[in-house]
Design a protein around this ligand. Structure first.
Ligand SMILES: Cc1cc2nc3c(=O)[nH]c(=O)nc-3n(C[C@H](O)[C@H](O)[C@H](O)COP(=O)(O)O)c2cc1C
Length: 355
């Protein structure tokens, strides 16, 4: 099976990482306008006895206006339910089906799904066998390099070979390492060397230059970018420009970032949610954007305290437009020490996969 053709076919792939509660239809379409990745992966569809495809995730496939392919991701371990879900997904215009073997939320891994699967190699064998048999098209896996150790890593890679998985997206951390600290790019290189299928490198790819470095270091076929695409939605465009040898690639100004904030306000408000909830929802995105606004983290501290749309936008104006700030270049890399969620980063929320 052929992988989707990249926007620049001779370049490494760029992929938006799936992020629950973030990479919904509206966010994919926004990224699509500002600088699309080569493909998207949906938030995960949960698979269990009575599960049905969640309508809002389904919409990110069926109503996607970006023109880029979308892979549907599933999380689960029950073989008959996985088969039923695959049958439902095959009716949709998907590029392929992706299995989540990386989610680190205790609530998830304790059910032996997501990252929990990495503790049970024989279960992985069964699931991959069933999925390969049920999926006539592209079958991909997104995983981490182990649960609490990397000991079974090679055995898991050999199962990907055995079951002819078409592509691996690999986050170079174990499940227990959550979302911070060193990314073991050397393990991504090991996967590239061992597997027959393309490998997409993931984890802390914070800028186009970092993407270039990671590609050099790992030999992978592309990069998957998550949190840094929330902060900098132009990152895929910048990658493409840099990969084609343009060192003066597009650099957004803080005024561009301010316009992006307005766009996010628009897209996060559907369904007429109460203003306070809408403001809270926006803070999820601003937490990441703020990492590139000022070195001291004052924008984040101030914006986190706002309670209304007017206050929030005034703070954005103050830090992004006033006193000539609008002309300043938005930093490629996040400021050191400015954390997206100082109290939570690295933990998971009550629902599931992230924070
Ligand atoms: C808010 C959030 C939600 C996530 N949800 C998912 C998910 O639904 N499926 C998945 O495979 N990974 C999920 N991840 C993991 C990301 O896809 C990615 O592997 C991870 O963030 C590392 O990439 P990054 O350093 O570029 O952010 C999530 C991460 C975050 C921060």
């Amino acid at each position: 099976m052929e992988l989707p053709t990249a926007i620049q076919p001779e370049q490494p792939y760029t992929v938006l990482a799936p992020m629950q509660d973030v990479t919904d239809l509206a966010f994919m379409n926004t990224i699509g306008e500002l600088g699309a990745p080569d493909w998207f992966v949906t938030e995960y569809f949960r698979v269990y006895a009575t599960s049905r495809l969640e309508p809002h995730i389904k919409a990110s496939i069926t109503e996607n206006t970006s023109g880029r392919p979308v892979f549907a991701q599933i999380i689960g371990e029950s073989l008959p339910d996985i088969r039923r879900t695959i049958d439902d997904l095959l009716d949709l215009p998907i590029a392929g089906i992706d299995l989540n073997m990386g989610c680190p939320a205790p609530k998830v891994y304790k059910k032996n799904v997501g990252g929990g699967l990495l503790r049970d190699v024989s279960k992985i064998d069964e699931i991959l066998g069933l999925m390969r048999e049920a999926i006539p098209g592209l079958f991909t896996v997104k995983m981490r390099i182990g649960f609490d150790s990397t000991a079974p890593f090679e055995a898991v890679l050999d199962l990907l070979i055995k079951h002819r998985v078409d592509l691996l997206s690999l986050h170079g951390r174990t499940v227990k390492e959550l979302y911070r600290g060193t990314v073991h790019y050397d393990f991504i290189k090991k996967a590239v060397d061992r597997l027959h299928c393309p490998v997409i490198a993931n984890g802390e790819i914070t800028s186009a230059r970092k993407a270039e470095e990671v590609l050099m270091q790992t030999g992978s076929s592309g990069v998957m970018i998550g949190r840094s695409a929330i902060r900098n939605p132009w990152i895929f465009r910048q990658c493409r420009e840099l990969f084609s040898g343009k060192s003066d690639y597009f650099r957004p100004t803080l005024s561009d970032v301010r316009a992006y904030v307005d766009q996010l306000w628009e897209i996060t408000g559907n369904g007429n949610i109460p203003e306070q909830n809408h403001v809270s929802k926006m803070k999820k995105y601003l937490n990441f954007i703020g990492q590139g606004v000022d070195a001291e983290g004052d924008f984040l501290k101030t914006v986190r305290r706002t309670l209304s749309h007017t206050d929030m936008m005034q703070v954005c104006d103050r830090f992004m437009l006033q006193d000539g700030k609008d002309k300043l270049a938005f930093r490629d890399e996040p400021y050191e020490g400015v954390l997206a969620r100082p109290n939570h980063e690295g933990r998971t929320d009550k629902e599931g996969c992230h924070l």
